[in-house]
Structures are given as C-alpha cells and as structure tokens.
Ligand binder design. Structure first.
Ligand code: G3P
Length: 217
C-alpha cells in the first residue's frame, strides 16, 4: 500500500520523505488554509520535494472553470494530480482532463456508485473519505471493501486512495482491505511506529546492557 501524506506542511513532508515514507502528497483547500501558504507556491515546493503524485484541488464548481483551474494546477509540475469533487461537473472535468493525459484524483467520495462513476470518467485516483463516514455512524471501511470488489470485478485501473484517515486502525484496515493508497496526516503516520512493548523491551535491553559494563563504540 502506498503512503501519501495529507498535509501542505513542507517540514512534515520533508521529514517523512527522508525516511522513504512518502509515495505522494494530498492537499485540499482546508489544508492550504492551515498552512497559511499561497497554493501555487506551496504546491510547487511540495512537487519539487517528492517524486510521487501531489494532489492539488480546484475550487471552481462549474465544469469549464474546473478544467481551466485544473490545467493551471497541472502546469505547476509534471507530478500534479488535479483534485476534483465528485459532482457531475467534477466528473465532466475529470473526463476532459483525463482524456488530455492528466492525472485526476476525484475527491469527496462517499458511496461505491460515486466511485464507479469516477472510474468510468477516467480518474487515476478515487478518494473515499473513511473518517467522515465513521463520524456519522456509517462504516468507512465497508466502502473501501465495496469499491475494491467492484473495481476488481470489472478491471478498473483507478487507484483507491483511502482518505480522511484519522487513526492507526484505519491504516491497518486499509492495508487489509486492499486500498491501493492511504493518505494520512503526518501525526498518524508517526504513530504507526509506536508500541508500548517496543518501549518496554528497549528499556529492559538497555538496563541489562548497562550491567554488562561493555561498550560497542
Ligand atoms: O484527504 C482528505 C482529508 O484531508 C479529509 O480528512 O480528517 O478532514 O476528514 P478529514
């Protein structure tokens, strides 16, 4: 499963990128707001930093304007994925931009029927929002499993990019369910390394080592 980082914070991306943990980056208007940066500038910096796809989201709501914004965002770098909302206008824009050979990430997906439409419109990625479904007492992971089954049944090549990941269990569940990609905030990716038994075991080893009186270096 590929790891995308869901942030527009350069330092956090750079830190994880050095560890080889970044296969791509996703941003959205809320994350741009949080970063306090200009969308074009920060997207260029991110795209220069990482090799994989960097999603940048349009804010127009009419198809023609979405296409224009999408082309402008795609012009920032070769690895930009144009992020479009799952509306009929978004699907129209997806069809046009995908036909031009551009990478499109269709976002705000909350049903398997929406995912089916995005695949038929040529999306490179579909972004189902797990956490936001869980927030309203629905099952985000069930959606990932349904889309996996549908895409595999018909051979759609659109990658399932599990988004709105809020915790480490979401990451495990995505990997078990066969999401192609998961995008998570840097804090969630950091938490993946944590285990109390690792800390406890290390403490014991270091205490015992101390008692040997030896040194390696
Ligand atoms: O990639 C979409 C993601 O940022 C949404 O996450 O936590 O705002 O639902 P959240």
């Amino acid at each position: 499963m590929k790891f995308f980082v869901d942030t527009a914070e350069i330092d956090a991306i750079a830190e994880l990128n050095e560890l080889g943990m970044v296969d791509g980056v996703t941003t959205n208007p809320s994350l741009i707001l949080k970063s306090g940066r200009d969308i074009i500038e920060v997207t260029k910096e991110i795209a220069d930093l990482v090799d994989g796809p960097v999603s940048a989201e349009v804010v127009a709501t009419q198809a023609e304007a979405m296409i224009e914004e999408g082309r402008k965002l795609a012009g920032i770098a070769d690895n930009i994925a144009i992020k479009l909302p799952l509306t009929w206008n978004g699907l129209k824009a997806c069809k046009t931009l995908s036909s031009e050979g551009r990478m499109v990430n269709v976002t705000l997906c909350f049903s398997s029927n929406q995912a089916l439409l995005a695949a038929k419109a040529g999306a490179a990625f579909i972004s189902p929002f797990i956490g936001r479904l869980d927030d309203i007492n629905l099952d985000g992971m069930e959606l990932i499993a349904d889309i996996r089954q549908i895409y595999d049944t018909y051979g759609f090549e659109t990658e399932i990019l599990a988004a709105s990941i809020r915790n480490v269990n979401h990451v495990t569940d995505c990997a078990r369910t066969g999401a192609d990609v998961m995008t998570a905030p840097p804090e969630v990716i950091h938490k993946l390394a944590l285990h109390p038994l690792t800390d406890k075991g290390l403490e014991t080893f270091l205490n015992d080592w101390e008692k040997t009186g030896q040194k390696i270096l």
